[in-house]
Design a protein around this ligand. Structure first.
Ligand SMILES: [Zn+2]
Ligand SMILES: [Zn+2]
Length: 345
């Protein structure tokens, strides 16, 4: 039986993955359904996926499962069969295959039990997440979005919207989904009778967000089925006009897949057009921000001269400097007073 926690270093695992010769397929899926014992479910799933050499990040909660995985091509059918057989609700679940994929997105399998698969902060006992907005397929989305009284709402984070979004989509500028739900209700308060279409990366957020709007008295609430990922796949397969412009941000090593050639954002350092997200190379920073190729060279992949200089110090000295300094996950935010922002002005 495989161990649930790997004891090999991250670097070693990444190296092994890069040395593989077989092609991998990056796939994501989710399903809201009741899981009685998430721990038992997790252990069983881990065992089966581990055997098939699947990598990825999987969250399991009482409310369902949310997963991103990287599967060796030759094991893909076995992976799908195993998943479909794991619970009746998972039989036939939609598998979103990444569009622009080099198969290098994960190098270890992690399966975690969480209180929810999507943290929503909703504690209203009256809220019923099964009463959700009407699902729209790509063609239906294009038709409805083109109507004058329709509002398209982006339910992702600000840094995702920044590099790519649907034409005329409304941004709900919040750092977390939890804050975004009440903010969306406020922003749309006088539009309760209009058509509202919500979308996100893979559809999982909008199952809840659309239900939340209906719960708050909105009448015509729709959601894009399978999110941007499924929309792009369908639109391309059916030859429909692509209404999404730019890049679709994804939470794996690639940090985004290109949908159209448009570059709609700018380098956070020099302001030139760029939509390449990166994490600051300084281990004491890791800021998520947009950096053009020239700035990446000039700053060694760091967000600032300070970070570059620190990153060039011997490892021990870097560690000493980091000690006692707060180092959370930082994300460049236009609306906040980050040092990077001050330099751009
Ligand atoms: Zn630049
Ligand atoms: Zn930095």
């Amino acid at each position: 039986m495989p161990v649930l926690h790997n004891r090999i270093s991250n670097e070693e695992l990444k190296k092994r993955m890069l040395e593989e010769t077989e092609k991998r397929i990056t796939v994501s899926f989710y399903k809201y359904f009741h899981i009685n014992s998430p721990e038992t479910f997790r252990d069983e799933l881990y065992k089966q996926f581990y055997t098939l050499n699947v990598f990825g990040r999987i969250y399991i909660a009482n409310e369902g499962i949310n997963a991103q995985a990287s599967v060796p091509e030759s094991n893909f059918d076995a992976f799908r069969d195993a998943l479909y057989a794991m619970a009746p609700e998972l039989n036939g679940v939609r598998l979103n295959i990444a569009v622009d994929d080099d198969g290098r997105s994960f190098w270890v399998l992690r399966a975690k039990v969480r209180p929810k698969i999507v943290a929503d902060g909703i504690d209203d006992p009256e809220f019923d997440s099964s009463k959700m907005g009407t699902h729209l397929k790509a063609a239906e989305f294009n038709d409805l979005a083109a109507q004058p009284d329709t509002i398209v709402v982006d339910m992702r984070n600000h840094y995702e919207y920044e590099v790519g979004h649907f034409e005329n989509a409304l941004e709900v500028p919040s750092d977390t989904f939890r804050d975004q739900l009440p903010m969306a209700v406020d922003m749309l308060a006088d539009k309760k009778d209009q058509n509202i279409i919500m979308y996100c990366t893979g559809g999982i957020r909008c199952e809840k967000a659309s239900a939340y709007l209906l719960h708050n008295g909105f009448k015509n609430v729709f959601q894009l089925e399978g999110g941007i990922i499924e929309y792009t796949r369908k639109a391309k397969a059916e030859g429909l006009p692509l209404k999404f412009i730019g890049k679709n941000f994804v939470f794996d090593d690639r940090l985004g897949e290109r949908i159209t050639d448009d570059i709609i954002s700018n380098c956070h350092i020099c302001g030139k057009p760029s939509d390449t997200h990166t994490n600051c190379a300084n281990n004491g920073c890791h800021l998520l921000f947009i950096q053009c190729e020239e700035c990446a060279k000039e700053y060694d992949g760091c967000c600032s001269a300070e970070c570059r200089d620190e990153n060039r110090l011997p490892e021990e000295e870097q560690r000493a400097r980091r000690a006692g300094r707060e180092n959370g996950t930082m994300i460049f935010n236009k609306s906040k007073d980050h040092p990077l922002r001050k330099r751009i002005r």
